[in-house]
Design a protein around this ligand. Structure first.
Ligand SMILES: C[S@@+](CC[C@H](N)C(=O)[O-])C[C@H]1O[C@@H](n2cnc3c(N)ncnc32)[C@H](O)[C@@H]1O
Length: 298
């Protein structure tokens, strides 16, 4: 089994979070009837040098995108489907009476600002302090001040548990709560994943839910036979944000039930391809290694 030496570097704002903002920005530039998701604020979280390069050298920028697509076939489309699926899920959760939203590993997630209905709900954004401080600065620049419904909770999952900090910041464990972990659990240690899931089951109101995405364990431990698996593993490690956690294929239900969740739903690439990739998008590839899952606390 290839060695998975974990050398985490979180001294600067997360490169992966910026990469996600870049993907949302580029999808958002497509016509309304073509794009899978839309985030008009994403542009603010991309370094000005990258935006300038894209504007001044469109041919080279396009070639870079094509190179990434060769390295990770379909992954970008899977990530766009993830944004859309999580958007749809959160909107549905609001309709079903969610009273609190916790976004773990929030990065430059802008749901609290772009989904109108969230403005009446308390939203807790939890992220590494070095990424969160950059986000807070940008949110201040975009809106002139920080929105009153969002509470920022800086936590390093490698070094601390977030539970006490959430309580200190006004988290109410009796409320029906939605926990979003988008592009997070693969980057944190298994112990932190387990603590987080246990916290959700033990400290949230009836009908609370969790939604997250995951890679199969074989990508993380290096045994995945697909070239894209090795490419993902190597690429994120080079960014200083190595993969640390995956779930055994076809074991998601057992995994979540063991923590006490119920109504587990696994969403495969086939499922989201069918849901969102129609018409002009019909021929877009998705990546079979990226799964979504959601479950309920009863
Ligand atoms: C791939 S980004 C995803 C960001 C955002 N959820 C999105 O989908 O655009 C991963 C996020 O997890 C956060 N993260 C990773 N490891 C962390 C840790 N040990 N403690 C706190 N946050 C962490 C990073 O700061 C980053 O914002």
């Amino acid at each position: 089994m290839p060695e998975n030496k974990v050398e985490v570097n979180r001294e600067n704002p997360s490169k992966m979070a910026e990469g996600m903002a870049m993907q949302r920005f580029s999808e958002s530039a497509k016509p309304e009837n073509e794009r899978i998701c839309h985030d008009s604020y994403a542009v603010h979280f991309i370094s000005p040098e990258i935006i300038k390069f894209g504007m001044e050298h469109p041919k080279e920028a396009k070639e870079k995108v094509e190179q990434m697509e060769k390295l990770f076939p379909g992954l970008s489309s899977s990530i766009m489907a993830r944004v859309r699926y999580f958007d749809d899920f959160t909107k549905k959760s609001i309709d079903e009476g969610i009273e609190q939203l916790i976004i773990l590993g929030a990065g430059y997630d802008t749901r609290a600002y772009r989904i109108e209905e969230f403005k009446d709900i308390k939203v807790f954004e939890v992220d590494h302090p070095n990424t969160q401080s950059f986000k807070i600065q940008k949110i201040g620049e975009i809106f002139g001040s920080l929105p009153g419904h969002v509470v920022y909770v800086p936590v390093d999952f490698e070094k601390e548990t977030f539970s006490q900090k959430l309580f200190d910041n006004g988290y109410d464990p009796s409320k029906k709560t939605l926990f979003i972990m988008e592009g997070l659990i693969m980057y944190i240690p298994p112990k932190a994943v387990a603590e987080t899931l246990l916290f959700i089951v033990e400290n949230s109101g009836k009908g609370s839910a969790v939604i997250f995405d995951y890679y199969p364990e074989s990508i993380v431990d290096g045994t995945c036979k697909l070239e894209i698996g090795a490419n993902i593993r190597n690429y994120v490690a080079k960014q200083g944000e190595p993969l640390q956690f995956g779930i055994k294929e076809e074991k998601i239900e057992d995994f979540l039930i063991e923590f006490g969740f119920s109504k587990v739903q696994n969403v495969t690439s086939k499922d989201y391809k069918k849901l969102y990739f129609r018409g002009k998008n019909e021929n877009r590839d998705v990546c079979e290694l990226l799964y979504f899952a959601h479950a309920v606390v009863e």
